[in-house]
Design a protein around this ligand. Structure first.
Ligand code: HEC
Ligand code: HEC
Ligand code: HEC
Ligand code: HEC
Length: 430
């Protein structure tokens, strides 16, 4: 090595150490207390066993059992019927299970209890329903592949042993390495169709992917009940609607509405899709940044595993990037949610009116069937645009701009549906 090379190398090392230090200081790379990887066997689904090795994460995980209303009045961790605030749910989901029982979600430790309690399941329910409720999914997939999805739910529930059946550490961590992992094959398959190999994902992406294996829109393939995420054309409401329009895997819809006689779609908690197309998603802020902020205890830094409303720890969740203070953040969340709720509720009520208008037109003595078919397509679309907002968990916060626009579109389609229905039956609305 020449003298110049040597001094260049020395300079480079100094620079590396210096910038490495800066990077750590400003928090781009967040060092976290990493307890040494314990010897947890594959197939251990009891969080308490993992908790012996990772007590800080486990203690915070246990808090998922806490139940409290949300400070903004939306969301929260207590089981209340959503139809109390939104009676239009009873009309819009008429003839399908969500009109019987549709409660606010609560913590991860309740997934199996809530699955067994809900009036939405019955003797005809299939194993597919368990996909996002339990780490036993890993075992079922190994044993049956997608075959578990079409087995009776009653049989599959015994598989997910009741006492440790709900979401636990194994859902997101490989026991041998503690690396983040996804166990739901539907997520890997959907990403593969988008040209993304999840096994090569960065750590940052995995901080979203572990959540996106469940907090997403999906449908069941007719016959096999295989779970599929409708992402082939994109994550936006219009792109997912266009995907469904092609009748993928012969999927026509979730049920026929008894009033309007339309094959409808039921949107399911599209949290990832909504967030990823919003400001935070596009800026690389992950689900874990807000819902699993870094905490400190006895000088040790760890990720909170209490996956709940960030309102319970705004300083830790938002304060790492926003310095406007707790009151500002709390006010922003409440304002965004109030606006989203108002628009969403209005759209939902208009969709309900559209179902009624189509029913009335259908009962008329003379009806223009072409016009009525147009009205039916419009109410189907209106309800999708409304539901993709209503079924999302954050009441607009994950993507405020898109949510308001989508509600505006839902309102427009609902009005057009009513207009077309009235025209079809020559009902004079003037
Ligand atoms: C829903 C997914 C999920 C579940 C369930 C989960 N974790 Fe984590 N865990 C994460 C994420 C995300 C991180 C952050 C990883 C990163 O940034 O590299 C993490 C980080 C960790 C770390 C690394 C140190 C830290 O605090 O950041 C440990 C240890 C850990 N989890 C233990 C557990 C234990 C024990 C359980 C069960 C009681 C558990 N996890 C359940 C998602 C999960
Ligand atoms: C295995 C599927 C699954 C995974 C993985 C998962 N969730 Fe959930 N999550 C659920 C289900 C199901 C519920 C509703 C449970 C209930 O009401 O019984 C829920 C509820 C929640 C709630 C509401 C809690 C409350 O108190 O109201 C939050 C917040 C949440 N999840 C965030 C996350 C985040 C963040 C991640 C990733 C780090 C994640 N979840 C990963 C399935 C999952
Ligand atoms: C920029 C911060 C931020 C990011 C990123 C974020 N969230 Fe949220 N999330 C929030 C806020 C704020 C709320 C509203 C909480 C409330 O109503 O009290 C919320 C609400 C939720 C809820 C409903 C909680 C309840 O009380 O019922 C779920 C579930 C959820 N988020 C999941 C996710 C998932 C999954 C991701 C990633 C795909 C994600 N969030 C990304 C901030 C965030
Ligand atoms: C890891 C960094 C990060 C975290 C954590 C974070 N934000 Fe942000 N936030 C951003 C960035 C980046 C933007 C976009 C650029 C800007 O407006 O400064 C943004 C934009 C916003 C906006 C304006 C855009 C919009 O979507 O309405 C609000 C409001 C906001 N954040 C609130 C919050 C709240 C409340 C939390 C905690 C629940 C939070 N943020 C957590 C980085 C973050």
């Amino acid at each position: 090595m020449s003298k110049t090379q040597k001094s260049l190398l020395a300079l480079l090392s100094v620079l590396l150490v210096f910038f490495g230090f800066i990077v750590v200081r400003i928090g781009v790379v967040k060092p976290v207390s990493t307890a040494k990887v314990a010897m947890i066997p594959a197939g251990e689904y009891d969080s308490a066993v993992w908790g012996q090795y990772y007590p800080l994460q486990y203690q915070s995980f246990l808090k998922n059992a806490e139940m409290a209303p949300s400070p903004t009045g939306y969301g929260g961790s207590i089981k209340v019927q959503k139809s109390e605030m939104q009676p239009e749910i009873l009309v819009n989901f008429k003839g399908m299970p969500f009109s019987k029982d549709y409660t606010e979600d609560r913590g991860h430790v309740y997934t199996m209890a809530d699955l067994m309690e809900t009036k939405r399941i019955g003797p005809a329910s299939k194993g597919a329903c368990i996909t996002c409720k339990t780490p036993y999914l890993e075992k079922m997939v190994k044993e049956y592949g997608w075959g578990y999805a079409s087995k009776p739910l009653s049989e599959i529930i015994d598989y997910a042993k009741k006492e440790h059946g709900s979401i636990s550490c194994a859902q997101c961590h490989d026991p041998a390495t503690m690396n983040l992992r996804v166990i739901n094959p539907a997520f890997n398959e959907a990403m593969e169709r988008r040209g993304i190999d999840v096994s090569k994902a960065s750590r940052e992406d995995m901080r979203n992917y572990v959540c996106a294996q469940c907090h997403v829109e999906y449908y069941f393939v007719p016959g096999s009940f295989q779970v599929v995420f409708p992402w082939d054309k994109g994550f936006k409401p219009a792109e997912m609607y266009a995907y469904y329009a092609d009748k993928p895997n012969n999927f026509q819809g979730d049920w026929e509405h008894p009033d309007s006689k339309v094959q409808m779609l039921k949107a399911q908690h599209p949290d990832y899709e909504t967030y990823i197309t919003g400001t935070h998603g596009k800026s690389g802020v992950s689900c874990a940044d807000c819902h699993m902020p870094y905490m400190r205890k006895d000088g040790q830094k760890y990720s909170s595993h209490w996956m709940t409303s960030p309102q319970k720890h705004l300083e830790e969740s938002c304060g790492q990037c926003h310095n406007q203070g707790k009151a500002w953040m709390s006010e922003r969340i409440k304002t965004i949610q109030d606006q989203a709720f108002e628009m969403q509720h209005m759209a939902g009520l208009n969709v309900a009116k559209a179902h009624e208008a189509i029913k009335k037109a259908n009962e008329a003595a003379e009806v223009d069937q072409m016009k009525l078919a147009e009205a039916r397509e419009l109410v189907r679309k209106a309800q999708w645009y409304w539901d993709i907002v209503a079924a999302e968990s954050s009441m607009g916060f994950h993507n405020p701009d898109q949510v308001i626009t989508t509600c505006g579109q839902a309102n427009e389609f609902a009005h057009k549906a009513i207009e077309a229905a009235n025209k079809a039956a020559a009902i004079d609305t003037l």
